[in-house]
Design a binder for this molecule. Structure first.
Ligand SMILES: Nc1ncnc2c1ncn2[C@@H]1O[C@H](COP(=O)(O)OP(=O)(O)OP(=O)(O)O)[C@@H](O)[C@H]1O
Length: 248
């Protein structure tokens, strides 16, 4: 049975007079990739920011594992198992791949003012090792992160997220700028992470979305116009007109 790990109900977020998200509800379940698609400016990234705790909603509630986390700040949500990656790469380029993960792990479960040197923190090292293995970067720990390929950097971002032991992953355009080989590698990675995680995927690459997703929510101008499995979304006339284009 699929288990709902995160449930957002009736989320609205305004910027002045603009309603960026308009009464959006969605659920993220363990074992499922839930894609959110929509035209530019539809509100997808704002939704990710509201779920991750970077932005407060004006209305609505967010529950994670039956707890109401709507008012929790981002670090508390991260400690409760919410991980996110960003549209733009956010690694520390001059550090090694392993150090990037180790610092993320340490920031999540330790205070930066602790006197223990990061390199000696056993828990963070173990979390980094595990995250690199899960993300398929085991052999790259000693590489300088800034020298990784574009796809490798996006993989590292996911590894950094995994080093905090999340159960829910919010991924904002993880395939942006990738070639077909890198895309395949990332989709294989997401497929391998699916069984243990609930994954929200914001993505413009429609081929990839329809390949990997179990559920798709379609947004236009901040509102949800359709939700369902990939086949029903593809066949939905409203979605075809508003977003996919009649020829698809
Ligand atoms: N901090 C902000 N202040 C004011 N308006 C904002 C802010 N962030 C987003 N917006 C506006 O909210 C709307 C939704 O933006 P958002 O970035 O969430 O869309 P998106 O679907 O992620 O777009 P894209 O696919 O281009 O990334 C847009 O009109 C955007 O200009």
């Amino acid at each position: 049975m699929t288990q709902t790990l995160l449930s957002a109900q009736h989320i609205t977020r305004r910027f002045g007079g603009l309603t960026a998200i308009d009464n959006v509800s969605l659920e993220l379940k363990r074992g499922a990739v839930h894609a959110v698609i929509g035209t530019n400016g539809a509100g997808k990234s704002t939704l990710v920011s509201v779920l991750s705790g970077e932005l407060a909603p004006n209305e609505g509630t967010i529950h994670m594992n039956q707890q109401n986390i709507t008012d929790w700040p981002q670090p508390r949500r991260a400690r409760a198992g919410l991980g996110r990656s960003y549209q733009r790469t956010t690694i520390f380029p001059s550090l090694t791949v392993h150090e990037n993960c180790r610092l993320t792990a340490q920031a999540n479960h330790q205070h930066f003012w602790s006197w223990t040197p990061t390199s000696r923190c056993l828990k963070s090292n173990e979390a980094a090792d595990r995250a690199l293995e899960l993300a398929g970067l085991s052999g790259f720990g000693d590489q300088i992160a800034g020298l990784l390929s574009h796809g490798g950097k996006r993989q590292l971002e996911i590894a950094m997220s995994l080093s905090t032991h999340p159960s829910v992953l919010l991924l904002d355009e993880p395939l942006a700028g990738m070639g077909s080989e890198e895309t395949d590698r990332m989709l294989n990675l997401l497929a391998s992470l699916k069984s243990e995680h609930a994954i929200l995927l914001v993505e413009h690459d429609m081929d990839a979305v329809f390949r990997i997703s179990d559920e798709i929510t379609v947004m236009v101008n901040g509102a949800v116009i359709a939700h369902g499995d990939p086949a029903s979304i593809k066949a939905n006339p409203l979605v075809q007109t508003a977003y996919l284009g009649d020829d698809e």
